[in-house]
Design a protein around this ligand. Sequence first.
Ligand code: NAP
Ligand code: G4F
Length: 328
Amino acid sequence: MPKALITGITGQDGSYLAEFLLDQGYEVVGMVRRTSTVNFDRIRQFQDRIAVVQGDLLDQVSLINILHEHRPQEVYNLAAQSFVPTSFEQPVLTGEFTALGVTRMLDAIRTVDRSIRFYQASSSEMFGKVHEVPQRETTPFHPRSPYGVAKVYGHWITINYRESYDLFACSGILFNHESPRRGLEFVTRKITHTVARIKLGLAEELRLGNLDARRDWGFAPDYVRGMWRMLQHDRPDDYVIATGETHSVREFCQEAFGHAGLDWEKHVVADPRYFRPAEVDLLVGDAGKAARVLGWKPAVTFRDLVRIMVDADLAALRQGGDHTPRVG
Ligand code: NAP
Ligand code: G4F
């Protein structure tokens, strides 16, 4: 039975990846950091089928100990401070988690077992102020936030360890991917969750920032398949994973409110608090290399993604009531 270690297992992608790997017959070890109350909402349904271990990307000893004790063949490094606005408020901490955390894990692998295959969760935020459209593996980076800068570091240190120590290390440049498990502060989930609350009479307005920003939005379960395929190939390499379609935040609103039978213009309010010091205006990826080499293709379209998310938020609110933590 192959064994995989996932950092960031309590996040959106970590939870889908763990389910996918369990279905493939893997033994899954999930690394979680210590918190005063447990935060296992996304992994509760399969928690008894995985090993949960404590570790932190800030603490290299914990990473070395986990690798020694559990001996995984594959490591998926998904843990990060992943919210772009927070990276402007906490740039140093973001660098510690999202940039140096990658080096800590790579060096732990170099020390403990160089045969481990390593996946780094890189991001389309690295393209930032884009130099070409669509963006592909060879497009130059121009990050626009401390988060984007930290991810560029993570990407290059992954390549550096591959070239220096012959590690099987891959960097997956994933464009935005969403799901009903997306954190509530990210724009897609903020929209679908508020649409559901408005529909059920629990809210009246949705306050948003830049409606003109365009993103290439895919479905997270499709994207974790891409991560796995990278580590099954016979050579380590870097791949863009994207749908090839781009839509504005405004279009996402239109689709989400429309699906619930609501008029978005009656509810969406512009709020300068949600604008960023520097914006990424347009992202659209070319996943041609992943299609050719890995046979990867997305299954869920933009329209279906919005519907899946709105329907899930409506169902959850109808079933469980409104326990929404107030964000932002
Ligand atoms: P997410 O939901 O924010 O999850 C982040 C995970 O990282 C959580 O499990 C969090 O644990 C963990 N974490 C944060 N700091 C840590 C630390 N110091 N030590 C150990 N664990 C730590 O993110 P996601 O959307 O699943 O994304 C997964 C990865 O892909 C991230 O690296 C993200 O930057 C990258 N990425 C995401 C997208 C996207 O569109 N989703 C696109 C490109 C790249 P807690 O539960 O304790 O907070
Ligand atoms: O949903 P967002 O916060 O995602 P963003 O910044 O694109 O980052 C996400 O995708 C990256 C991949 O490209 C990941 F690496 C990263 O970890 C994260 O998962 O914002 C999307 C767009 C932005 O242009 C933002 O300015 O939506 C715009 N927006 C407009 N109003 C808003 C809001 N974003 C948020 N979060 N909240 C708003 O009220």
